[in-house]
Design a protein around this ligand. Structure first.
Ligand SMILES: *[C@@H]1O[C@H](CO)[C@@H](O)[C@H](O)[C@H]1NC(C)=O
Ligand SMILES: *[C@@H]1O[C@H](CO)[C@@H](O)[C@H](O)[C@H]1NC(C)=O
Length: 260
């Protein structure tokens, strides 16, 4: 019998506050857009919506994306993560890149290879509306969908909300009508109890694995430790999992960990 134990910690300097990502540097969530907050997404309908100012685009266009409250009862959000993806492949990497229109409240992230391919919050202030401009990549997919994870409060959030689809201008068979929204998958958002993933090892994060090259998502005997240092080098995010009767733990050997 084994029990696994997952630990996510954010180290700022050499202190140890498990403070979450109030600074919005959430590249660890680029892929699944899932906050590492120890709770599952809210089952309620999201009180926010995503809109764009066009239904079709050509490379070189600027598309304004708006995330805002869409509720009869006023609400707000503190955190968010917005990406654009190939509409036919919701699990594929983010495409295109964003420009900020509100640098006080938003920042660009690098998801995958493209700098600026996601936008996130900058601080945990209460927001009701945020905009950013999306620029298509040089070779865009025929249809692009905007997706957003929105945090109302630390433990109340919606993951990978499906926004509008925009079609490459002149693309054939492009159902650009908003009356055909892609069905459910908000319910497919994985709960946090899922194992960490080896995806991104060596690219977006550094990983230690035993046995070498094992996959924590499929191999219960895999000891897995990964860490990501943010660009400023101010914080390090760890993922630690493995077979254990009790719990797994680690400690930084000294007060400092080297960033890059
Ligand atoms: C898109 O926005 C950028 C930055 O504001 C600007 O330099 C560029 O000219 C704009 N492109 C179009 C087609 O409006
Ligand atoms: C999004 O919400 C705003 C109100 O905040 C509303 O005016 C708009 O019609 C909504 N758009 C969609 C597509 O639901």
């Amino acid at each position: 019998m084994w029990r696994s134990c997952f630990l996510v910690a954010v180290l700022t300097g050499s202190v140890f506050p498990v403070s979450g990502f109030s600074n919005g540097k959430v590249t660890v969530s680029c892929g699944d857009m899932m906050p590492r907050h120890g709770v599952v997404p809210s089952p309620a309908p999201p009180p926010f919506n995503i809109t764009v100012d066009t239904a079709s685009f050509t490379p070189g266009d600027n598309i304004t994306v708006t995330l805002q409250e869409a509720s009869s009862t006023p609400t707000y959000f503190r955190g968010f993560l917005i990406e654009a993806r190939d509409a036919g492949k919701p699990n594929s990497p983010a495409v295109g890149s964003f420009l900020l229109t509100d640098p006080q409240e938003s920042q660009l992230l690098q998801c995958g290879h493209t700098q600026g391919s996601a936008v996130s919050h900058r601080r945990k202030s209460k927001k009701t509306r945020i905009q950013a401009v999306w620029e298509p990549p040089k070779n865009p997919p025929q249809r692009v969908q905007f997706l957003a994870t929105v945090l109302h409060e630390y433990k109340v959030f919606w993951v990978k909300m499906e926004g509008p689809v925009v079609s490459l201008h002149g693309a054939t068979a492009a159902p650009s009508t908003p009356s055909t929204p892609a069905p459910p998958p908000t319910s497919s958002a994985p709960p946090l109890s899922e194992p960490f993933s080896s995806a991104g090892c060596g690219l977006s994060k550094s990983c230690l694995r035993d046995p070498v090259g094992c996959h924590p998502e499929s191999d219960p005997a895999c000891f897995f430790l990964s860490f990501v240092t943010d660009q400023q080098g101010g914080s390090v995010t760890f993922e630690l999992s493995g077979p254990a009767e009790g719990y797994l733990a680690f400690a930084p050997l000294s007060g400092q960990m080297d960033g890059e």
